[in-house]
Design a protein. Structure first.
Length: 284
């Protein structure tokens, strides 16, 4: 298989019960192809309210605050779109924190309840015609779900005004958590590996592969935030309270080690769309 990021050779990785997992020999990107009869994950009420309830009940407020500060540095008037906004947690946070900071728009496959100060659009973010661009484009934990990450990155760019800010958050396959799951799989403990590489995510970016993807679209990288999610947001796939407590403590330890080594579970890249205007005396 060719890597969807750099087109280099990708080889089959460790076996998984639901997907064929590939690993790029160049940029290190991992990506999945569903095995026959394995359905794609539906994005319906069950997804938000049951399967991933903890993730949406305990949003990453620390990251939201950092995004709010980045927004405040941008010149006014500001317009922001959250691509794949989920249940709208980020937009609701921004609206409550500073109602007049920016006009707020969110697009997602799922419908959101109307809220004053936020425009929610139920549509496929890749194809919906919005007829406008935004000074700030945000996408949190969405790019790993789409089959074609290149098309997604191009869509983010097309939604940004020239010179606009683009903020992309996704998982970090080079994190301590992921590396530990792969090691445990080789030692015969498959649960963490099977969970992290389930059909829930089709792409598993590292810093190199995500940077290459965005730079391929001529987006200029400005900064990176290496961080974890709140521990309470982790969905632990066991029914025993005692086992869940042990697993959550283990994840907390790996999060701490990831923070110390700068190999955190999540990564957020801050980039900017170049201005379409070339400097005077320079060719376009």
């Amino acid at each position: 298989m060719k890597c969807p990021i750099c087109a280099s050779l990708s080889t089959l990785d460790e076996p998984h019960p639901e997907v064929e997992l590939y690993h790029c020999t160049d940029c290190g990107h991992r990506f999945s192809r569903l095995k026959p009869d394995v359905p794609t994950e539906p994005y319906d009420a069950v997804y938000f309210e049951e399967m991933h309830r903890n993730w949406f009940t305990h949003p990453n407020l620390a990251l939201f605050e950092r995004i709010a500060r980045l927004i405040e540095r941008e010149p006014a008037p500001r317009s922001l779109i959250d691509v794949g906004c989920g249940n709208g947690n980020l937009l609701r946070y921004l609206s409550a924190r500073s109602p007049s900071s920016a006009t707020l728009t969110g697009v997602d496959l799922m419908a959101n309840a109307p809220q004053s100060g936020i425009e929610f659009i139920q549509a496929d973010a890749l194809s919906v015609e919005l007829g406008r661009q935004f000074s700030i484009v945000v996408s949190l934990a969405a790019i790993e779900h789409v089959p074609d990450p290149g098309a997604f990155a191009r869509r983010l760019k097309s939604l940004a005004k020239p010179g606009g800010l683009i903020i992309v958050m996704t998982l970090n396959d080079a994190s301590v958590l992921y590396a530990t799951a792969r090691l445990l799989r080789r030692l015969g403990v498959a649960l963490p590996f099977d969970r992290l590489y389930s059909p829930h995510h089709l792409h598993h970016f590292n810093r190199v592969s995500l940077s290459r993807l965005l730079e391929r679209e001529t987006l200029r990288l400005e900064d990176a935030i290496l961080h974890n999610t709140p521990l309470a947001s982790i969905d632990i796939p066991v029914s025993s309270p005692a086992a869940a407590l042990v697993l959550r403590a283990g994840v907390g330890l790996l999060f701490a080690l990831g923070s110390l080594s700068r190999r955190t579970y999540l990564q957020t890249l801050i980039c900017r769309r170049n201005s379409d205007l070339a400097p005077v005396g320079q060719p376009d």
